[in-house]
Ligand binder design. Structure first.
Ligand code: PLP
Length: 436
């Protein structure tokens, strides 16, 4: 494929794109349970229009785009307030949870070098923490020390305590963690961090713009935000339960002084004085504009209404799953993120049966399980889903564990004792995506 010699007709070009999009996941119909967060058509339209208003802009120079500066400052202010940051708390917008976490780890590294003279830093990451921490470790040369989970799938505080050394710069807890939706014992982890003079990151990528509403609706939510002493930094994704388009997250610090360790400046370049708060250089304003618009369009009432829909659907889903013979929910999920296992043929066979009926569920390992995150829109399809789930489960339990197909391949890779080979297989898959 080469750049065409003669430019393509506009209609033909868009027709080609639409044709390609036909096979994309049907998230608007509630058929997917991760990747997209569907708050309804009206919210989507607001994001579209706000995004387009600042699509052609560049956050690298907020003085050239004062509109963007204002929208970003307001987004950060709303976010830090929601997470109960005090008057000295400050944050940045980033391109996503991964960048927020990378920036937080880099900040911890700079802080520990400057304040404690640590030059071979370690951070303690519970097994359920998102791979973004391992990516950050890889990029910023901080050694990750993985600690096991307790029987309830939450981080094991004793194991964290035992893993602390004088090189430890950061403790991590998730609220909630992605795999099972349980909230780690943040109060204990943060207290331990404070006692040892270590920073503590709460990964609220999925929960940051969800748990505050869940709590206000009266559901039990363990303490997870800046109200907890010892929590020094948090990540919270606007492109998840903030219902913005992909490309926007927030990272917050308890103090401005701490955030300063995140910044970068180079003042000896012939091209001028250069400074940027996070990883990106040039950066479009669309994602932040979309996030600003949703926060203002929904307001507290809108978020509470959508969260009520999501939690109603979740209560139905969890009760439905617990009532189906052969299925069991892992741990005690606090909001709309949860996982379940299936006996007999197992969860991977069940996932295939669900896929045959158009439902896309994530496969997990350690233990083998299926993962779901519900959006407000799922309230409209949850009954249909549970009916299909009951039938597919009965079918999967009668089936032997798969010996071929996706289920078998996933099961094989997940169980392979040689993790180097598993790694090679997934890297090969990445390597194949640009083959036409
Ligand atoms: C989604 C998620 C991340 C990573 O965020 P991206 O936006 O995918 O980069 C990190 N932690 C948790 C708990 C998440 O759910």
């Amino acid at each position: 494929m080469k750049i065409p010699q003669t430019g393509m007709d506009r209609d033909a070009l868009f027709a080609r794109m639409d044709e390609l999009r036909e096979k994309d996941a049907d998230w608007r119909g509630g058929k997917t349970f991760s990747l997209m967060y569907n708050a309804g058509h009206d919210v989507e339209e607001v994001v579209d229009q706000a995004f387009m208003r600042l699509l052609h802009s560049n956050a690298l120079s907020l003085s050239a785009f004062p509109s963007l500066r204002r929208l970003e400052a307001e987004v950060l202010s709303m976010g830090v307030g929601l997470l109960n940051g005090g008057p000295d708390a400050a944050g940045s917008t980033t391109s996503g949870g991964t960048e927020s976490i990378c920036m937080s780890v880099k900040t911890a590294r700079e802080w520990a070098r400057a304040e404690r003279g640590v030059d071979r830093p370690q951070m303690i990451v519970p097994a359920s923490a998102h791979p973004a921490f391992h990516k950050a470790a890889h990029y910023f040369q901080v050694e990750p020390v993985v600690t096991p989970l307790s029987g309830d799938f939450r981080a094991d505080v004793d194991a964290i305590r035992d893993a602390i050394t004088d090189r430890t710069i950061l403790l991590v807890g998730s609220a909630p963690c992605f795999p099972t939706g349980v909230v780690d014992p943040i109060t204990d982890i943060a207290a331990l961090a404070a006692e040892r003079g270590i920073l503590c990151h709460v990964d609220a990528c999925v929960g940051g713009y969800l748990l505050p509403w869940v709590e206000r609706l009266g559901h039990p939510v363990p303490p997870f935000d800046f109200r907890v002493p010892g929590v020094t930094q948090m990540s919270a994704d606007l492109h998840k339960y903030g219902f913005a388009a992909k490309g926007v997250s927030t990272v917050f610090y308890r103090t401005r002084a701490l955030r300063r360790h995140q910044f970068f400046a180079y003042v000896d370049w012939p091209g001028g004085l250069y400074a940027s708060p996070a990883l990106a250089g040039a950066r479009g304003g669309g994602p932040v504009a979309g996030a600003w618009a949703v926060l203002n369009y929904l307001g507290e009432e809108g978020f509470l209404r959508l969260t009520r829909d999501t939690m109603t659907a979740t209560a139905k889903a969890l009760a439905g799953i617990r009532a189906i013979d052969g299925l069991s929910v892992l741990g005690d999920p606090v909001a709309s993120v949860y996982a379940f296992t299936c006996d007999g043929g197992g969860p991977y066979v069940l996932a295939e049966k669900l896929e045959q009926r158009g439902w896309l569920v994530d496969r997990q390992q350690l233990p083998p399980s299926l993962h779901q995150m519900l959006s407000p829109y799922h309230a409209q399809v949850i009954d249909r889903y549970l009916a299909d789930l009951a039938e597919c489960t009965a079918d999967a339990r009668r089936s032997p564990p798969a010996t071929s197909g996706v289920a078998a391949m996933y099961g094989m890779l997940a169980a392979l004792p040689d993790r180097g080979s598993a790694r090679r297989v997934v890297l090969d898959i990445l390597d194949s995506f640009d083959r036409l």
